[in-house]
Design a protein around this ligand. Structure first.
Ligand code: PLP
Length: 381
């Protein structure tokens, strides 16, 4: 059933196309060797798409492993009825060990010190060990294969050890030096994975969205590495990197809409918004839109972004306010109060997605969708 959200009285809202997320999942899977499985990364509220609905949708497609960023997200998924393995990719306060245990959540071992502190809490916790193969963020240093192997064996006795994983820092890059860097990360991880192969850990994984497309042949050379991809950004239809060649048919699942709260014509010479940063050079039709930086509409879009009205581009003029923006709709016909405008999405021939907005903001699509704030209600269509 498709919900027609435009008919709902909302100020600023997001529509998530779950069918598109299902499509993105299937298309991505079709690029992987047949026996590969997906770990769905639903951290940060599924990159702003709503983790519970996304996880339920994917669980129906057979996903039995989710990765999140923190214990609140993990507990949220459990309480929503997700029975799958849930891995927290980052830090959990060791004092929360009982919650990890009670909810049967898999915790990443960040370091030797972290493992010891967690162990002292006295619960046999489900765990996966992070291995640092070159990113210098979290994990045991992979340069010492023997010491890694020894610690993993130790954790196998101390915890309900389910796996080990590493993360690539430049899997999305096209540069030759980055390609050799990633190959080197794979090799370091492969050596460790092979060295603990006898433990038969169920989850030995390393690929993110980009690596799952670009590095499977290198990864499969290692017998100790399991056939898993931690799929994040591409699931939501966005690119890991500007230059990334997205598989055909994978498209953004998120549309951000708002409304016109007022239309007016101002004479040439009028100053628009805070700071008088925009001066109308001609008679201008201004629309006011009730979405602002408190909704996650980035303030750097002041005099820089645009919205889509009736299938046409309307530039954002003046500064983005906390709760409102102004756009120049001169030359666009039939513009009325209450009409829907598109902040992210497509209409007519115009398409403007989170990756496009990210380019204007000199950031990545990940940040754009994550930053759409909680007061912007998500609808599923
Ligand atoms: C976020 C994250 C992913 C997913 O990365 P994408 O680029 O979104 O596919 C995978 N692994 C780890 C450890 C992460 O933190």
């Amino acid at each position: 059933m498709r919900v027609v959200v435009d008919k709902v009285e909302k100020r600023s809202w997001v529509e998530i196309d779950l069918e598109q997320i299902r499509n993105n999942f299937s298309i991505y899977k079709s690029y992987l060797p047949e026996n590969y499985k997906i770990i769905a990364v639903t951290k940060a509220d599924a990159y702003g798409h709503g983790d519970i609905m996304v996880a339920k949708t994917l669980a129906e497609l057979g996903v039995d492993f989710f990765a999140v960023s923190n214990i609140d997200e993990a507990v949220g998924l459990r309480e929503a009825g997700i029975k799958a393995t849930i891995l927290i990719l980052g830090y959990t306060y060791p004092g929360d060990a009982k919650t990890l245990y009670d909810y049967q959540i898999s915790q990443t071992i960040l370091s030797k010190e972290y493992a010891e502190e967690l162990y002292r809490e006295g619960y046999r916790i489900r765990c996966q060990v992070a291995i640092d193969t070159g990113m210098c963020r979290i994990g045991l240093n992979a340069n010492d294969t023997n010491s890694c192997s020894r610690l993993i064996r130790q954790y196998f006795r101390m915890f309900e050890l389910e796996g080990i994983f590493t993360h690539f820092s430049v899997a999305d890059s096209q540069y030759p030096s980055d390609i050799s860097f990633t190959r080197n990360q794979i090799e370091k991880f492969g050596l460790i994975a092979d060295s603990v192969k006898d433990l038969n850990l169920p989850y030995v994984h390393c690929c993110n969205s980009a690596a799952g497309i670009k590095y499977i042949p290198q990864v499969t050379k290692w017998k100790g590495i399991d056939k898993y991809v931690r799929l994040g950004i591409v699931l939501y239809g966005l690119k890991p990197d500007r230059g990334f060649a997205m598989p055909e048919g994978i498209l953004p699942a998120l549309t951000w809409k708002s409304r016109i709260s007022m239309v007016k014509i101002v004479p040439a010479g009028s100053y628009v918004g805070y700071g008088r940063s925009f001066e109308a050079k001609r008679e201008t039709k201004i629309v006011t839109i009730p979405t602002g930086y408190a909704d996650g509409y980035n303030r750097h879009l002041s005099n820089n972004g645009f919205v889509i009205i009736n299938g046409q581009k309307a530039p954002v003029i003046g500064r983005v306010c906390m709760d409102q923006i102004l756009a120049d709709a001169t030359g666009i016909d039939n513009v009325k109060m209450d009409d829907t405008v598109i902040l992210l999405g497509k209409d007519g021939g115009i398409s403007f997605n989170a990756d496009d907005m990210a380019e204007l903001l000199d950031t990545i699509g990940y940040e754009v969708t994550c930053n759409i704030s909680k007061r912007v209600q998500r609808f599923y269509v």
